[in-house]
Design a protein around this ligand. Structure first.
Ligand SMILES: Cc1cc2nc3c(=O)[nH]c(=O)nc-3n(C[C@H](O)[C@H](O)[C@H](O)COP(=O)(O)OP(=O)(O)OC[C@H]3O[C@@H](n4cnc5c(N)ncnc54)[C@H](O)[C@@H]3O)c2cc1C
Length: 433
């Protein structure tokens, strides 16, 4: 195989995990090559332009805004992430809209539940936030809800877990993961913010930072990692070999495991990487001829729907006078085994959105519906809370590192991808000496 080039580090995958790791390494002076198989970077957080609308791949928010992991990444890069924060939300519960502000707890404690239930809900949430998450990783959330909590409180806790962790099943969600989320929410000023201009901001800025001390090469699929005598030597692509002292695999762990030959990784590492279960669900995005709601976000408790009108708080996203709406209905991965059931869920999502917003249907200019077997890389269940997931260093191969949203660092979805980069980059720099 002809040798193409030589770099300090090859990062495989141009999603948030790869772009963030590559940018941090380039910032610290390493010569980085990022290889992305698709025609553009972004991965699951890609974006497109459609009839003047700037469209993310489903709703893409950053938990905890300025106090979140995406903002921490830019701070480590000596830059500031440009965020927009939604202010007005609506929660649709039992056929009625309830106005909420995006302050932690207020979402759950607004007028959605009766005064009696509110007290039970507040005590259940406070009780959970006071517990040490590390002692609850393998405890199902259902076991931590006091018996005194009524049906509405249970539904709200489940919906809050669905919103925060994309995991609403009380019987499988890790109480430790939920407690960790609540603790962070209690300390943060805002629950969510969005990158101004959508996910495009990350791809543009992080790619430019990598290019200062290396290169981003799109349309280049990596076929395998080269390993000699237990030490990484680089990667193989269709047109040749790239040699590097370090390879960072920034793609979902099962795909990363497949890139490393059989018998190379330690068995325990390969097994952990291969069996990760993602969150899944449906999304529905709509370009609207005129605004149909003044709400910035729209949340339905039953069925759980996480929605937003992102153009209400970010005017870059829709042409003047028009509105962008986006809805996501999380579902267990097992729902994808039943295509008819999935079609029924997709029409239920549309019908519920029409029920929530009376003028939505008549104003549709275009729509995009997607069935996504992977939303976040790992569902935070009792069988795979973050400490049980693969580490940042691949066991069995020197110079091989992992990043992206399936690795074992705290958080959920994109937070994991950004946090993995923040923790992986210093390890790589130490290894390079
Ligand atoms: C609809 C939807 C909504 C979401 N909403 C949110 C949200 O609101 N907040 C949040 O924090 N997270 C959200 N997420 C999750 C978030 O998008 C992911 O956590 C994040 O994008 C994962 O980044 P990653 O780099 O780990 O993986 P990926 O984005 O999957 O990137 C991996 C990259 O590797 C490339 N690749 C794969 N194989 C190869 C190969 N052999 N050679 C070269 N390149 C390869 C892929 O093309 C891809 O670009 C959402 C996801 C979806 C799908």
């Amino acid at each position: 195989m002809p040798a193409l080039d030589s770099f300090d580090v090859v990062v495989v995958g141009g999603g948030w995990g790869g772009l963030a790791t590559g940018a941090l390494l380039a910032h610290r002076g390493a010569r980085v090559l990022l290889l992305e198989s698709r025609g553009a970077c972004g991965g699951r957080a890609s974006y497109q332009e459609r009839d003047g609308f700037l469209l993310d791949y489903g709703i893409h928010a950053h938990r905890f805004g300025k106090a979140g992991e995406a903002a921490a990444l830019y701070e480590a890069l000596g830059e500031k992430l440009d965020l927009v924060t939604p202010r007005r939300g609506t929660v649709f519960h039992r056929g009625k809209h309830h106005a909420v502000r995006h302050k932690p707890y207020q979402v759950a404690l607004s007028g959605v539940v009766s005064t009696r239930e509110k007290a039970a809900l507040a005590s259940a949430l406070r009780g959970l936030a006071a517990r040490d998450p590390a002692k609850l990783w393998d405890v199902p959330l259902a076991r931590m809800i006091p018996l005194s909590a009524g049906a509405d409180s249970r539904r709200l806790i489940s919906a809050l877990s669905g919103f925060g962790l994309i995991s609403e099943d009380l019987n499988t969600t890790s109480a430790g993961e939920f407690a960790a989320f609540l603790r962070k929410a209690a300390r943060s000023r805002f629950l969510i913010s969005f990158p101004r201009g959508g996910c495009h901001q990350h791809v543009r800025r992080l790619s430019a930072l990598i290019a200062r001390s290396g290169e981003v090469r799109t349309g280049t699929r990596v076929r395998g990692v080269t390993v000699e005598s237990g030490v990484v030597g680089g990667v193989d692509c269709a047109d040749g070999r790239v040699s590097a002292g370090v390879v960072v695999l920034a793609l979902p762990a099962p795909a990363a495991a497949r890139l490393v030959g059989e018998g190379v990784l330690a068995d325990s590492s390969r097994e952990k990487m291969s069996k990760i279960v993602p969150t899944a669900g449906l999304t529905w995005e709509v370009g609207l001829a005129r605004p149909v709601s003044e709400a910035d976000t729209a949340f339905c408790t039953d069925p759980l729907i996480i929605g937003a009108f992102p153009s209400n708080f970010d005017h870059l996203l829709a042409p003047p006078g028009k509105q962008l709406a986006t809805f996501c209905m999380p579902l267990p991965l097992s729902a994808f085994d039943d295509p008819d059931g999935l079609r029924r869920e997709a029409s239920a999502l549309r019908r519920k959105a029409f029920h929530m917003f009376g003028r939505l249907e008549e104003n549709i200019l275009w729509e995009r519906a997607m069935k996504l077997p992977m939303i976040d890389g790992a569902v935070p269940s009792v069988s795979q809370p973050w400490p049980a997931r693969p580490g940042l260093v691949a066991d069995g191969v020197e110079g091989l590192f992992l990043a992206g949203d399936t690795v074992g660092v705290p958080g959920q979805g994109g937070d994991v991808a950004f946090r993995s980069a923040l923790e992986c980059a210093p390890l790589v720099m130490d290894y390079l000496g």
